[in-house]
Design a protein around this ligand. Structure first.
Ligand code: GLN
Length: 499
């Protein structure tokens, strides 16, 4: 067997077929992609490799393939956001605090993918503790967008997005607390889905904001995301109390099937797509809106009808999220004290000084900012005014979506108000970063599934994603809706020059 030259151009489904047909082995595939990852190290996408462990996983997959096993991920290489703990690789969560940390166990999502025969190539860069929108908050290095290396790939799953977009790996895991799968997918022209909160286990995911954190796949196509999500999702009640007791589903089953009453030419006939007026206003750049509107026109050709809706509290999602997420983060990150977990300062006077120095050295500026905001909003006298109020508005935001879903099946709009910005452009302005999350936060606060689908290009020829949001447990419908679009368009197949 000799490795075809374009091995890295193959998506998950093509690679799985080539592996099953013995056109290439899992070991050859892994070697090829490891070499390619090193060749493109300047992108900053990867934080860690363990060639020995990767090749051992690939050998095991080859043995299963040789015995005739044929499953959708057997021997397929992928990589994990460095927020999932892994036995075979160090885990840093993009932070100096966890430098050199070696987990004794695998996160459930990682274990599920490994059981299905996927081969882990390494760990992918991310914003420190998943806090950020440009992957410029990583303590190790920024990640560069392969479409223009002077620009951010989005965040916090920026390493995952850049690696998939640059064809370093066919698929990757990501996490989304307020948009970190959808926004980087949009900025790099790939497909990503954040499922319903609780659909994927959070066990072994380094916690940022526990009531929002959710894992999901990032790949080139909706079909590949469906394959991954089918394996990643499922109940894990014993180890994650917020895991939903809802059986795993095969999300690939509905793909390519016309909706009930629809036809092959109009596969989406009957689908009502809601357009929230708050997502199409002045806050969104015209180039992004143009791409989104063109994608929606394509949806109409596929038989869908567009319905005007309103999500009246969209604007409030920014202050609400930036109270709740830091509040939860301040509590979750208290474990990194240099005793229980994390970096310990080399020199200190007493216990308090040790905590202070360890945490000041270990955490970067954005993480420190959030710990301070979070501690403040949870403190006596401010709890009711900020945290409790935010929780109440969060409930109203979720109700707005339920009201909207009486008028439509799926909600669509932009993922972010602009295309990817230049590295450094927003680094000194946290509020500018927070504002850019406007279209993704409300979905997270409501716990709803959402995805980003490549929809064309905007300013500076940078990719633009279309956001699709579904009701609880409607991941299958979202993926089906995205797949129908990808059958009719080729935005998701575009490759940045030089990759
Ligand atoms: N950009 C948002 C934040 O900085 C979302 C991050 C995420 O989803 N992990 O918190």
């Amino acid at each position: 067997m000799s490795a075809p030259m374009d091995l890295h151009q193959m998506g998950v489904a093509e690679l799985a077929a080539a592996l099953a047909d013995k056109k290439v082995s899992a070991v050859e595939t892994a070697r090829h992609l490891l070499a390619r990852a090193k060749q493109h190290a300047a992108l900053g996408a990867y934080l860690a490799f363990n060639e020995e462990a990767t090749l051992a996983q690939a050998q095991a997959a080859d043995a299963r393939l040789a015995s005739g096993e044929r499953t959708p991920l057997l021997g397929v290489p992928l990589a994990h956001k460095d927020i999932f703990v892994t036995q075979d690789f160090p885990t840093t969560a993009g932070s100096k605090m966890l430098a050199g940390y070696q987990s004794p166990f695998d996160a459930t999502v990682v274990a599920n993918l490994a059981k299905a025969g996927a081969v882990a190539l390494g760990k992918l860069n991310c914003d420190e503790f998943a806090m950020g929108s440009g992957n410029d908050n990583s303590a190790y290095s920024p990640v560069h967008n392969p479409w223009d290396t002077a620009r951010v790939p989005g965040g916090s799953s920026g390493g995952s997005a850049a690696a998939v977009a640059a064809r370093l790996v066919p698929a990757a895991t990501g996490t989304d607390t307020g948009g970190s799968i959808r926004q980087p997918a949009s900025f790099t022209g790939i497909t990503g889905i954040k499922p319903t909160y609780g659909r994927c286990s959070r066990y072994g995911m380094v916690a940022f904001a526990s009531s929002l954190d959710q894992a999901g796949p990032m790949a080139r196509s909706a079909a590949d995301c469906a394959t991954l999500l089918s394996v990643m999702a499922g109940p894990d009640i014993d180890r994650d109390s917020t895991s939903l007791d809802h059986p795993a589903e095969d999300y690939t089953r509905g793909l390519g099937q016309p909706r009930e009453g629809a036809t092959a030419v109009m596969p989406l006939k009957g689908l009502r797509i809601g357009l929230p007026k708050e997502f199409f206003g002045e806050g969104c750049a015209p180039d992004v809106l143009a791409a989104v509107r063109a994608a929606l026109a394509e949806y109409e050709k596929l038989g869908a009808t567009l319905v005007d809706i309103s999500l009246p509290r969209t604007e409030l999602s920014i202050p609400v999220y930036y109270i709740i997420a830091p509040a939860e983060a301040s509590s979750n990150l208290s474990r990194f004290d240099g005793v229980k977990f994390g970096h310990r300062a080399a020199q200190y006077d007493d216990l308090t000084d040790m905590y202070r120095k360890s945490r000041s050295e270990g955490f970067g500026p954005e993480v420190q900012r959030r710990i301070m905001i979070g501690t403040y909003v949870l403190s006596h006298g401010y709890y009711d005014a900020y945290y409790l109020k935010a929780q109440q508005i969060r409930r109203l935001i979720a109700q707005d979506f339920q009201q909207a879903f009486t008028q439509c099946d799926v909600i669509a709009g932009p993922v972010a108000p602009t295309v990817a910005w230049k590295i450094g452009e927003k680094s000194d302005d946290p509020v500018a970063n927070y504002l850019a999350d406007i279209y993704t936060l409300s979905t997270s606060l409501a716990g709803l599934p959402g995805m980003s689908v490549p929809a064309g290009f905007g300013a500076a020829s940078m990719p633009v994603g279309l956001q699709l949001v579904g009701n609880y447990f409607k991941e299958g419908e979202l993926l089906q809706t995205a797949h129908a679009f990808q059958q009719a368009t080729d935005w998701h197949l575009k490759t940045p020059e030089g990759y």
